[in-house]
Design a protein around this ligand. Structure first.
Ligand SMILES: Nc1ncnc2c1ncn2[C@@H]1O[C@H](COP(=O)(O)OP(=O)(O)OP(=O)(O)O)[C@@H](O)[C@H]1O
Length: 628
């Protein structure tokens, strides 16, 4: 019953498999058409050669036994020798084609995968764990699976040619022998195909455990986790998890493999019984003068062994290609995914900002299953002004940044740029007008110069611009003190000129220095209409924070700015302070008004922070940075 079910699902899955196969073949042909052509030729010849060898052997033996002229015998011997030569050289040529094809397909598949990721204009997919899982599998699969599928298909063609050839020459011996040969191999084939489906199912079931194992293993070996793993002594705990996950997958594979071997042994026994019966039949026929020759006996033995070998190879190739195609579905799902955010068919022109940006009754949640994060937010960031956004952790501040960059669209309401809805403009045009320091800014394992220039690639060959941004972010002095100045590599993951005899290591910055470098990257995007700073001074010492905010105040003109911070001292001189609480704007105004509000959120938070600085009972904090 279970086997019938397995066969049924096998048949129903055929159209999907055929479609995936077509796409895998198309990818291979596009990546390396000549290699594919050569590979096909090699495959066809290598499928026919065993049949030719068996036929030539039979003919040679028959001519020898019949005492034919030496010339005929010599021609057959030369033919046999040539066929043998072809049989020994073809595998190497096939392997070469296979390797070349894998390289070409992997290059093409990877490029397409990354291009498809670039087409994702928003962040939703990158913040969705199931997409990230699929992406990981797609990265593993894209480079290898389509070439494995091509290998598999060509292997199937080769095996079918061999089987067809042997069945053909056995037909000449007697149709019954062909039927016998097919009967001995077909059950093996069916069982192998069903087993291969089950192998794929096992692979699918075990994939989460394997990914968990990988995750725990990475924690044990990554530099990011090394400090906590050591100080909290969680190494043995993580190792136990790696061990348990691996034991579980090993047990499942072992169980499957034992059943598989038992079934295969039974079927091999069945095939052997049929072969022995056939050989006995022909051998006794040859001995009893029934017209069968010694060559016929040899041919039957060779053909039966050849057919069974080809059936086993066929089953293995089917297993390999179905496994490869199963993995290929993750690749296809990733590269074929449509845009997750709608792009306007004819985008509106994005005017240079002159009035300001307005969030109008903005409601937002990350998906229908998630709670509301923003609930009817009204907020205006006027041109030439800085609006400070404050609020407790999780109140939705960084979510507003994501909406302003159009990484997501509001679920309800709209964000207007001088009155134009962000949904109506080209996202790339919007992003060219915006510069942002994200709360979770990047550390690029590149040089100091590159770390800044990534903010605007046009600045790469303009050292004056890079330096001006670094000066403004108060990181220039540090950079020039590094061994190679702006050319210093800011990582220990790579070396300068690794091919040299004494590769030079890069340097490491402190977290506050990284933050200033990220700020320089934000500043190098000069002349943008909207400046967003999400916690720009969270990692800075008091002096650096003061300097940075002075610099922000100096450059206030020419754009609208949104400043998010938990350090309320930094915003006390801001034009407008907006307090967000649980996705709702609960207060707005200038510092003095908000502090004076009895029972107000801002007043409470400010009093709490100020109490940390108080040296006397006057309630005035000692540290009072200049703010924009
Ligand atoms: N990708 C996401 N999917 C689902 N929920 C999310 C996602 N990103 C953030 N959230 C949730 O949205 C809420 C608001 O997060 P957000 O990062 O906007 O807060 P925040 O005010 O910036 O907090 P903080 O001050 O800690 O930086 C949080 O409850 C968070 O769990």
């Amino acid at each position: 019953m279970r086997w019938a079910g397995a066969l049924g699902s096998l048949v129903s899955g055929v159209p999907t498999v055929v479609l995936r196969l077509r796409k895998a073949l198309a990818l291979a042909v596009e990546s390396a058409p000549l290699t594919v052509g050569l590979y096909v030729c090699v495959t066809v010849v290598s499928g026919a050669v065993p049949v030719a060898i068996t036929w030539l052997t039979k003919s040679l033996v028959d001519h020898l036994v019949a005492g034919s002229p030496a010339g005929a015998i010599a021609r057959l011997a030369v033919g046999l020798g040539l066929a043998g030569m072809v049989a020994t050289t073809l595998p190497a040529l096939g392997e070469l084609c296979g390797k070349e094809l894998r390289r070409a397909v992997s290059l093409q598949a990877q490029d397409r995968l990354f291009a498809s990721l670039e087409r994702n204009i928003g962040l939703r997919r990158f913040e969705d764990p199931s997409f990230l899982d699929q992406l990981r599998l797609a990265q593993q699969a894209g480079g290898t699976t389509s070439s494995l599928a091509v290998d598999g298909v060509l292997g199937i063609v080769r095996a079918l040619l061999t089987i067809g050839g042997f069945v053909g020459i056995l037909w000449l011996l007697g149709p019954l022998f062909s039927v016998l040969a097919i009967c001995s191999g077909v059950p093996l084939l069916i069982v192998e195909v069903v087993l291969s489906r089950r192998r794929v199912g096992l692979f699918q079931r075990m994939s989460p455990a394997e990914r968990r194992e990988l995750f725990y293993g990475e924690l044990l070996s990554s530099v990011e986790a090394a400090k906590e793993v050591r100080i909290f002594g969680i190494g043995p705990f993580l190792r136990a998890r790696v061990y348990a996950e691996r034991r579980a997958t090993n047990a499942a594979h072992r169980d499957f493999e034992r059943k598989e071997v038992a079934i295969q042994l039974g079927l091999s026994l069945f095939a052997s019984v049929i072969s022995v019966t056939g050989v006995l039949w022909v051998a006794t026929g040859a001995a009893g003068n029934t017209g069968m020759s010694v060559g016929d006996v040899l041919m039957l033995v060779g053909a039966l062994a050849g057919i069974q070998g080809a059936m086993v190879a066929l089953a293995a190739e089917i297993a390999q290609s179905s496994q490869a195609l199963f993995m290929f579905k993750h690749y296809l799902a990733t590269v074929e995914a449509g845009p997750e955010l709608p792009k306007a068919a004819s985008p509106a022109r994005l005017p240079a900002l002159r009035q300001g940006i307005e969030l109008r009754d903005v409601w937002f949640r990350y998906s229908d299953e998630h709670p509301w994060i923003l609930r009817g937010v009204d907020l205006r960031i006027p041109y030439g002004e800085t609006v400070a956004l404050v609020g407790l952790n999780g109140s939705g501040k960084s979510t507003i940044v994501k909406l302003l960059c159009r990484f997501y669209d509001p679920s309800r309401g709209a964000i207007l740029w001088d009155g134009v809805d962000l949904r109506d403009v080209d996202p790339e045009a919007l992003r060219r007008r915006v510069t942002v320091l994200f709360q979770d800014y990047m550390h690029y394992d590149m040089t100091a110069e590159e770390n800044i220039a990534l903010g605007d690639l046009d600045a790469r060959r303009q050292p004056a611009r890079i330096e001006a941004a670094a000066v403004r972010a108060r990181i220039h002095d540090k950079i020039v003190s590094l061994p190679r100045g702006y050319e210093s590599l800011l990582t220990r993951a790579f070396y300068h000129e690794p091919e040299g005899e004494h590769p030079e290591e890069g340097v490491l910055l402190s977290e506050g220095q990284w933050q200033r470098l990220a700020l320089a990257r934000t500043f190098v995007r000069e002349g943008r209409d909207l400046l967003i700073l999400d916690e720009p001074s969270s990692g800075l010492d008091a002096e650096s924070e003061h300097e940075i905010h002075s610099s922000l105040a100096e450059h206030r003109a020419g754009h609208a700015a949104l400043l998010i911070t938990h350090r309320l001292n930094a915003v006390r001189d801001a034009g407008l302070i907006v307090v967000l609480s649980d996705g709702v704007v609960v207060e707005r105004g200038r510092h003095d008004d908000l502090v004076a509000r009895d029972g107000g959120v801002y007043a409470r938070l400010f009093a709490l922070q100020a109490s940390g600085y108080r040296t006397s009972g006057d309630g005035v904090p000692d540290i009072r940075p200049v703010v924009p």
